[in-house]
Structures are given as C-alpha cells and as structure tokens.
Design a protein around this ligand. Structure first.
Ligand SMILES: [Zn+2]
Ligand SMILES: [Zn+2]
Length: 356
C-alpha cells in the first residue's frame, strides 16, 4: 500500500515531534492556542491541549495526564496565551484515556470549569478509576485473554498490565454529557460535537464549520493509527464503529486537523482513507492466517502477524494490546461472515467453509 504522508500545518511542530522534543506553545489562529502537555513514560510524549478563547476566559479541549509536571506545563502554557488556570471555563474531553481526562478534575477544582464527556465514556469512569472496582475489571480482562488463548504463565502479567497508571487520573465525574451533534454554546465559536466511537466507546471530535477546523482527539492522527481493541470496556465490535466513524468524518469540510498527539496537518480526507485502507490490509492478513490453519486462537493469530518489531521483543503490555487489536479485527471479520468463531474455553477461529 502506497504510504500517504500528510502535510504538517507547522513544520516546526512536526520537527519537534520527529526530533523527540516537545513543541512550542503556539497561537494556531486568532483566539486559538496549542499547548503541549507532557505525558510521562509514554512514546507519545505529550498531549496537545487546545485553548479556545471565549468572552470571559478559555475553554480547553482535553486536559493532560494527572501529574504535577503536566499541570505545571498547562499552567505555563496558558500563561503564554495570557490566561491563568482560573480562567478555564470548560474542559471538553475527547475521551476517557488518562492522557486526555486525567487532569480534568484538578482543573475543575482550581477554576470551577465544567467537564464535558460523551455518555458512553462517562459510564466507564467508575469501573475504570475507582479503587473498589479494579479487581472486577482485572478479572474480566483475565477471562478475555484466557479465551483468546494467552499462555497461562503470562496471563496475570498481561491482565494487570495497565493498572499501574490508574493513579494518574483523578476520579472526576463529568458535569455535562455531550452527545453526537450537540452544539457547544461557546461565545465566538460554532463548535459541534461528533461522536466517533472505536478508539474508546464515547470518543468525541469537535468541528468548527466556520473555521473549517477539526479537533480530532485520537480518532485521526498524522502518523499513528489509534488503537482499536476489544477489551472489557469496549463496544462489542469497536472496529466496525471506528471505520464507520472515519467514513463519516472524512466527509466534513475541514481544512486543518488538530489532533491530540504528534502534530497538526491539512488532509483529513486522504488521511482517513489511508487509515481505512490500512485496516483493510490488516483484515486481509488476518483472514489469510485463519485460512492457513485448522483453527487458531486469537493469540496465535497475533503472534503470526507483522508488527513494527519481532513478536519476541514486544513487551507484555504491548502484547496484550496486540492481542486485543487482533481480536477487534477477528470480530469484524466474523460480523461480515469472513471467519467463524468456534466457542470454547479457548475460542478457535476458522474459515466459514471449514468444519460445517
Ligand atoms: Zn486514547
Ligand atoms: Zn491519546
């Protein structure tokens, strides 16, 4: 597949990404700022928080991770734009992941801002971040991995793989639920929410039709394709949701994409098409692995796919992600009748013609 390379809006920002540093705080347009907020121990390195000027302060899109370093960077960045943390009126959160939602509660404490989130992600807050619910979430993940055929000796390690980052999120409940198509009543802005499930069940993008801007969160990014995986908190067929949401977003009349990571870029439609085609290739690859077997587990399929590095050198938490992404593709293929699941203690995947 021919690689499609997007055009960065700002070459300095792209160069910072490529050079492994953090880009500058930047005035993107009159009344609109980009504030990079560092993420600890993560190859993404930073989340891009956008500050939209309104009559009496700013509204921010996404918040950053719940660490002092992130908080200080946000405060300093808003300072460059001429605002204090107490000037934040609202936090529009694209989705529940800790690099986006983590700081929201602390910002609200400092400023009285309201926090907006889609109901599908709002309903996950308790189970995901409340200490009392951790056990049940880990055991659900363990059961899922077991049915995928993850070897017994690595099951516990994989099941608990992301639990150490939970404290990076404060257990803030959103104040407002934002639904698909909602118009955000922000002075000077014609912002509309678009529900784009897949990467998370309640992922939101925000479009400004008059400025032809799309705040894309993790839904569409310049280089990486966001993880779309089956896990205990995902929708049943998240890849179908994701591809549908990409197909819808590509129709928007947008001149610039403002993602939450990497850098801003120009070509929404071409990038969406590329990502759709990428998943099409992945689906075909997985279909071939299933066809070449007499029945394989999801885990076995995952180990046979091409990844960015050899399977043996992929660390445990990324193997879990790889497994769960593979499962998302298998479920999608199953929904189209291209593979069949033979349920059992460990589900086996076969071609539709096999068995009978
Ligand atoms: Zn995310
Ligand atoms: Zn993210």
């Amino acid at each position: 597949m021919a690689k499609f390379v997007v055009t960065p809006s700002n070459e300095d920002q792209r160069a910072a990404w490529a050079g492994g540093t953090i880009p500058e705080v930047e005035r993107v347009r009159p009344g609109l700022w980009s504030v990079p907020v560092p993420i600890p121990v993560n190859p993404l390195r930073y989340v891009l928080v956008y500050a939209l000027e309104v009559d009496d302060g700013v509204v921010i899109v996404d918040a950053g991770w719940n660490t002092d370093e992130a908080y200080d960077a946000l405060v300093a960045g808003l300072g460059v734009a001429g605002y204090a943390i107490t000037d934040v009126r609202a936090v529009l959160v694209t989705h529940i992941h800790p690099d986006h939602y983590g700081l929201a509660g602390r910002i609200r404490e400092m400023s009285g801002a309201w926090i907006g989130l889609h109901p599908a992600d709002a309903s996950l807050v308790h189970e995901r971040y409340d200490e009392s619910a951790i056990e049940s979430l880990v055991s659900k993940e363990r059961a899922l991995l077991d049915r995928c055929g993850v070897p017994a000796q690595t099951l516990d390690e994989l099941a608990g793989a992301s639990m150490m980052i939970r404290h990076m999120v404060s257990m803030a409940k959103p104040d407002r639920l934002i639904e698909d198509g909602d118009r955000l009543d922000l002075p000077g802005w014609d912002l509309r929410a678009i529900w784009t499930p897949g990467h998370s069940p309640g992922h939101l993008c925000f479009v400004s039709p008059s400025r032809k801007l799309l705040f894309s969160g993790d839904h569409v990014l310049a280089k990486i394709t966001p993880m779309v995986a089956v896990h205990p908190q995902s929708a049943p067929n998240p890849l179908a949701d994701y591809l549908d949401a990409l197909a819808a977003v590509r129709e928007l009349d947008v001149e610039e994409v403002l993602p939450a990571h990497e850098y801003r870029f120009l070509e929404l439609r071409e990038r969406a098409d590329y990502v759709i085609a990428h998943h099409g290739e992945r689906l075909a690859e997985i279909e071939r692995v299933v066809a070449a077997s007499d029945g394989v587990t999801c885990w076995e399929v995952a180990t046979k796919l091409t990844w960015s590095r050899p399977w043996e050198s992929i660390p445990p938490f990324m193997r879990r992600a790889a497994n769960n992404e593979t499962l998302a593709h298998l479920v999608w293929l199953e929904s189209r009748g291209r593979v069949r699941r033979v349920p059992g203690d460990r589900d086996l995947w076969i071609t539709p013609q096999a068995g009978a």
